[in-house]
Design a protein around this ligand. Structure first.
Ligand code: TXA
Ligand code: MG
Length: 355
């Protein structure tokens, strides 16, 4: 049972966050409370990572399954010492190249980290976010900050302060609102506990970027193949999901457009409220299609623009009570890998594939 608590709301300037608000929120975390805060990827729900009780409250507030471990956020690579027992050369290279930034490293867990944070695993996920308010908050707290995405379990991750308030008002002590998150999808989770680095979750740092620094990098086969258990516990849950039925349509451009137009007609004949999530390039095709809501996710040639709008668009569909969402798909290179991973997960892996 979670009782209703008063949530303090702090709008802040993302580049120059109000020191008073940051101090206050740092104190809340240090004293065992929960603070939602912006990062460059999505909003996080933070607690003192070294306090078991505080971290348990994260799971309660989100309704998060206990077997899904949390990422610990630090303000500097110097803070890693109490958290991990080993910093292999590959970790040092990643930190040098990508921190602060949307890359989470899975490393051997130090005894000081409570088991609840790592869901009983002997590894721990660590990242230094690239957001002035996040870094200031962690410094003010004076402790490492465990934080999953600040959504209710099962909902799309929040990329705006208003998304956090929608999901968590009454469940957390404070929300820091610094406006939209730049990246829009979560960090890349990279396992460095074995010789070959493995991407457990595609995200804000691309496989291509990692390969450039580390050489060979594998991708967890469990991400694509539903018959295999993914190595990152959280990846198995069907989260990121909107309330309406989401149907991604993949294939040659003109066939995809024709199929989506046909599905819009069929949906409307059934009396459904229909939305289309599409690229800027093909948006004109859907003008006058009868869809209730057409959202341009971004450009096919610039998948990071799609990443930045995807979760907001999924939540917008919920706001508008959309029952059927038809989505174009995007090439899997660069940020396209993370975009397609989230779209497929949100759709429960059911994609219309045209040839
Ligand atoms: O960008 C992000 O990573 C955001 C912001 C707030 O930093 N956080 C985030 O946290 O996405 P969350 O809890 O929604 O996702 C954490 C992911 C899950 O898939 C979880 O299973 C995985 O990281 N993870 C955490 N610890 C792990 C570990 N020891 N081994 C493997 N996977 C782990
Ligand atoms: Mg999440």
């Amino acid at each position: 049972m979670t009782s209703v608590i008063e949530t303090r709301y702090f709008p802040i300037d993302p580049l120059a966050p109000d020191p008073g608000a940051i101090e206050e929120c740092g104190r809340i975390i240090r004293e065992g409370g929960l603070v939602a805060f912006p990062t460059e990827t999505v909003y996080g729900l933070g607690a003192n990572a070294l306090e078991e009780g505080a971290c348990r409250r994260i799971f309660q507030a989100k309704g998060r399954p206990q077997d899904n471990p949390l990422i610990i956020h630090v303000a500097s690579p110097d803070d890693l010492e109490v958290l991990t027992t080993d910093l292999p050369p590959q970790a040092a290279k990643c930190i040098q190249a990508f921190w602060p930034g949307p890359l989470t490293l899975v490393l051997p867990k130090a005894p000081r980290v409570p088991a609840v944070v790592s869901a009983g695993l002997n590894t721990v996920a660590l990242r230094m976010p690239d957001h002035p308010a996040a870094l200031a908050l962690i410094r003010a707290a004076g402790v490492p900050v465990a934080a999953p995405s600040a959504n209710l379990s099962g909902r799309p991750s929040p990329t705006l302060g208003s998304h956090v308030m929608e999901d968590l008002a009454g469940r957390v002590e404070a929300v820091l609102d610094a406006g939209p998150c730049r990246v829009g999808v979560e960090s890349t989770v990279l396992d460095l506990t074995e010789a070959l680095p493995v991407i457990l979750r595609p995200g804000g740092i691309t496989r291509e970027e990692l390969t450039g620094v580390l050489g060979q990098v594998a991708v967890d086969p469990g991400l694509q193949d539903e018959s295999l258990a993914p190595r990152s516990p959280g990846v198995k849950y069907r989260h990121y999901a909107p309330k309406g039925k989401l149907v991604p349509v993949s294939g040659p451009e003109e066939k995809v457009q024709a199929r989506i137009l046909r599905e819009i007609r069929r949906g409307r004949e059934q009396g459904l409220r229909v939305a289309v999530l599409c690229s800027a390039e093909s948006a004109p095709v859907y003008a006058g299609s009868g869809a209730e809501y057409v959202e341009i996710l971004g450009s096919k040639r610039e998948p990071w623009t799609v990443a930045a709008t995807l979760y907001r668009a999924l939540r917008e569909c919920d706001q508008r009570n959309i029952e059927l969402i038809l989505a174009e798909t995007f090439a899997r290179s660069g940020m396209g890998a993370a975009v397609m991973n989230r779209l497929e997960k949100a759709a429960g892996h059911h994609v219309i594939l045209l040839t």
